[in-house]
Design a protein around this ligand. Structure first.
Ligand SMILES: N[C@@H](CCC(=O)N[C@@H](CS)C(=O)NCC(=O)O)C(=O)O
Length: 210
């Protein structure tokens, strides 16, 4: 069985919970959070991920796969969420790289700044800096989704899974999704997939009681 290290408060970790639920993949969840320094312990850094970040997927053979996109590929590689045509696979990677370079760094960072328990004095400046690039990422998605139901090949893939969490959280991050009606419609399509688990339910299922 695979094991996932993470905390679904993180959209990157939630991606892995979402794909395992959509595919019915048996898995163990090892709760590790950055909020108490759990990703920076000697054991975690030496044995699990030298980068000190979650999520990390551990294969049944004990191999560690950090980076949400790499873990999504491993989990979905034999499923309908990873297309068979080579050019479709390249398009899935295109959107996953877009998510990591143009989307997550603006929307996820804005989300964590907005929800920080103790906002720093420079928070508003940083949020204002991230805003144009975050809007740009949503605009790119809106344009693509105005003529496509899904990001690649007319069907859900791990590209949709990787883009879902921080788009869903965009309003909390300070982005008004009413400007992006096709993005909102696509969020609804993801939420209607068989096996879909919400971020809130994923958090409830994977966070140990205190
Ligand atoms: N590119 C990575 C980003 C992972 C990441 O930034 N994880 C955060 C939580 S969302 C983390 O573990 N941060 C801990 C730290 O930086 O100390 C991925 O997609 O998995």
């Amino acid at each position: 069985m695979v094991r996932i290290y993470g905390d679904c408060l993180s959209g990157n970790c939630y991606k892995l919970k979402l794909v395992t639920e959509l595919l019915g993949t048996p898995h163990a969840w090892k709760f590790v959070t950055w909020t108490d320094g759990g990703t920076r312990t000697d054991d975690f850094v030496s044995r699990v991920n030298p980068a000190g970040k979650v999520p990390v997927l551990e294969t049944p053979k004990g191999e560690m796969i950090p980076e949400s996109g790499a873990a999504l590929y491993y989990l979905a590689r034999d499923s309908h969420l990873w297309p068979t045509r080579e050019s479709d696979r390249a398009q899935v990677l295109r959107w996953m790289f877009f998510e990591q370079y143009s989307h997550e760094p603006n929307l996820a960072v804005s989300h964590s700044l907005k929800t920080a328990a103790n906002p720093a004095t420079e928070t508003d400046t940083k949020l204002a800096e991230l805003k144009p690039a975050g809007e740009g990422a949503l605009q790119t998605m809106e344009q693509h989704l105005s003529t496509n139901d899904w990001f690649v090949a007319g069907a859900p893939t791990i590209a949709d899974i990787s883009l879902y969490p921080y788009t869903y959280k965009a309003p909390v991050a300070g982005f008004d999704l009413s400007d992006y009606p096709h993005v909102v419609a696509w969020l609804g399509r993801v939420e209607r997939l068989l096996g879909f688990i919400s971020m809130e339910d994923a958090i409830a299922q994977t966070t140990p009681a205190k």
